[in-house]
Design a protein around this ligand. Sequence first.
Ligand code: K7E
Ligand code: CUA
Length: 649
Amino acid sequence: MWWSVPLIAVLALTFYGCPSQQNLSGSGDAAQKVYVAPGEHDEYYGMFSGGYSGQLPVYGLPSGRHLYTIPVFTQSATNGYGYNEETRPMLMTTHGYVPWDDAHHPEGSQTDGELDGRWVFMNANNTPRIARIDLTNFQTAEIIEIPNSAGNHASSFVTVNTEYVSAATRFSIPMDENLENMDVPISSYAENFKGTISFIKVGDEGEMSVDFQILVPGFNYDLSHAGKGPSEDWAFFTSYNSEEAHTLLERNASRNDKDFIAAINWRKAADLVADGAGEDIPGEHYRNYMDHDQQLAKSELIETVRVLDPEEHPGIIYYLPTPKSPHGVDVDPTGRYIVAGGKLSSVLPVHSFEKIQQAIENEDYEGEIDGIPVLNYESIVQAEVENAGIGTLHTEFDGNGYAYTTAFISSEIVKWSLETFEVVDRIDTYYSPGHLMIPGGDTRNPDGKYLVALNKITKDRYLPTGPELFHSAQLIDISGDKMELLLDFPTDGEPHYAQGIRADLIVDNQIRFYELEGNNHPDATKTESEARVERDGNDVHVYMTSIRSHFTPDNIEGVKVGDTVYFHLTNIEQDWDVPHGFAVMGAQTSELLVMPGETRTLEWKPKKVGVYPFYCTDFCSALHQEMQGYVRVSPEDSDVAISYRTGTE
Ligand code: K7E
Ligand code: CUA
């Protein structure tokens, strides 16, 4: 019970009212370093993945303030994302409407290898997808499904100028052009299961398209990072299960001493595809995007995908042998070193990009798998970092010549030198870190000031909340020789990775409200005089406006049991931070929360005769409680005609 020591220490200290003294040498000093006075702003936005919440919670750093949660792969009752008619298409997939996913790796867009504050990409692991989040309004702008993939884990990492976002299968699956041939025994894994590594092209406005996929052997592909500097035309993907086991992977996929990092020359592959190389195969997938003009999401179905077979295109992919079931793969700021997380390895292997190029040139291969040359380990490894902790997973960099690696089992962060490859410092974390984040820590130019450990196990860190606990994030000062723990705060959902983005890259581009004039939603109501209710068979459309502190109309009659009512609410305010909400009794979705200048639609099917109140859910003015109305619902065969009004008897 490795955690029992700190647990006992904490229980002992609790008596003295001082539960978290571990590693806090000067706690007054630490408090000073994270104190952001009321009314002052944080230095960084921390975009933490919400893991199985499917969302992207945003924290201020260094304070740890929870600023906002961006709904991405999961419906959000807070603002109606995925519930209202405008945003539902965002969650459309070839499996139908999928209102939940498991979010993993947020990654900021880059220009010239540095964060540029335009977008954050994030992958869905369960039903393979990549989202693009717009940082001008902190909303999900686009979600693309990844075909021929299962478990989109090695995702969504960007190339130096955001030319591409990557994706790779975690679970290999049967692949065949003919759907019937996908129905194979699981025991035929080794012959029938294949993996794909996908490159999703990002256009100037951010629009995503699956440009090509590279067919790879049926291993499990785990994580990725693109190169930079000398390696900027390359991307690296770890794999495990080179044993191609299909049951009890815990044992059966841990047999080989080494698995592989796939090194892909994406530039070369992209050039080949641009010249017409590869083959279009079936690969149905949805692309869902917000139409900015109409402020509503649209879906399009794409039927095929371009695939490159490495046997036919030598030079696009090489395997780098790497001990042993590696997890993370990280490229240092100079682009010279590729660090693998050796989750079952006693050393942390560091490959040299220069040596990789040399080995390719010399055809220094130790074998070949399905047309993919396997480079000689001894020829490409620069160093094996010793004593880097047990269960090493992920590495980030400070830009000052040091790397920081999380060790899950020994529950620590280990700092080591990129010159001597020796460990120079270590700090305990509470407990079992997975990812870690340094603002800009995976770019060409990290801000080596803070590090956040994203811990998987929380145990005794906070007041207990029953069996389920939030995860714990720990902010560590890395500006000096010794790491110092500053702050510890809970995070909503499991933070697999995060991005720290300098606030000044984002704040100046913020949208404060949508211009009513530019709202081209087909059901928008821009003035109260245009507000109306229309019957169309059994559908009733309510074209409604909101402004402090009333709805127009607020009395509606003529609705009947059996009708479907669509409330199209336009918030006609033109001011920052004045949303209005809308809820009606018996609605089977969430409320609407409508931003100024925006139109949102709630579907409602009243089941019983009666008079139903509706109200604004967001306390918008002193007279917010007065912001309400009624819908009269008559029997199915009633002859009450549609009528509506506000402020008249
Ligand atoms: Cu990036 Cu958490 Cu998805 Cu490692 S994985 S921890
Ligand atoms: Cu509008 Cu409360």
